[in-house]
Design a protein around this ligand. Structure first.
Ligand code: ZN
Length: 136
């Protein structure tokens, strides 16, 4: 069981699909003054993190042509790709999603770009928004 105090569901990051990470990074870092946070690449994408308070903007640039981000940009162009919510207990939240009959992309949590456990819900279950869940 987690020993940290329960904080409630909050926005962990917003994932934004970009064609060229270095171009868009300077908008957030240099124009808006958001500090950069080092992140690992994941799911065939190069990822840059920029802090907005406790939340991040994650810029996602396709590294591999068949990656989910590459397919997203091909179909819909650059823009908001997903929203990630941090929950107090990821396993319990996923179980509630399953009990509610929501379609999951990840049946069990896996490790995401920040080295934390994550799981994606299918956008058909969430009004067209790709939702990622994580925990601290
Ligand atoms: Zn994400």
């Amino acid at each position: 069981m987690p020993t940290s105090p329960r904080r409630g569901t909050r926005i962990a990051h917003v994932g934004i699909a970009v064609r060229a990470l270095d171009e868009m990074r300077s908008f957030y870092r240099d124009v808006l003054g958001m500090p950069e946070v080092p992140l690992d690449d994941a799911d065939g994408a190069r990822i840059a993190g920029l802090a907005a308070g406790e939340s991040l903007v994650e810029l996602l640039e396709p590294e591999q042509p068949e990656s989910p981000i590459a397919r997203f940009i091909e179909k819909r162009g650059p823009g908001i790709h997903h929203i990630c919510f941090a929950v107090d207990d990821l396993d319990a939240a996923l179980a509630r999603c399953r009990d509610a009959g929501l379609r999951l992309i990840d049946e069990t949590p896996r490790i995401g770009a920040e080295g934390k456990r994550i799981a994606f819900l299918h956008p058909s279950a969430t009004g067209g928004v790709l939702v990622e869940l994580t925990e601290d």
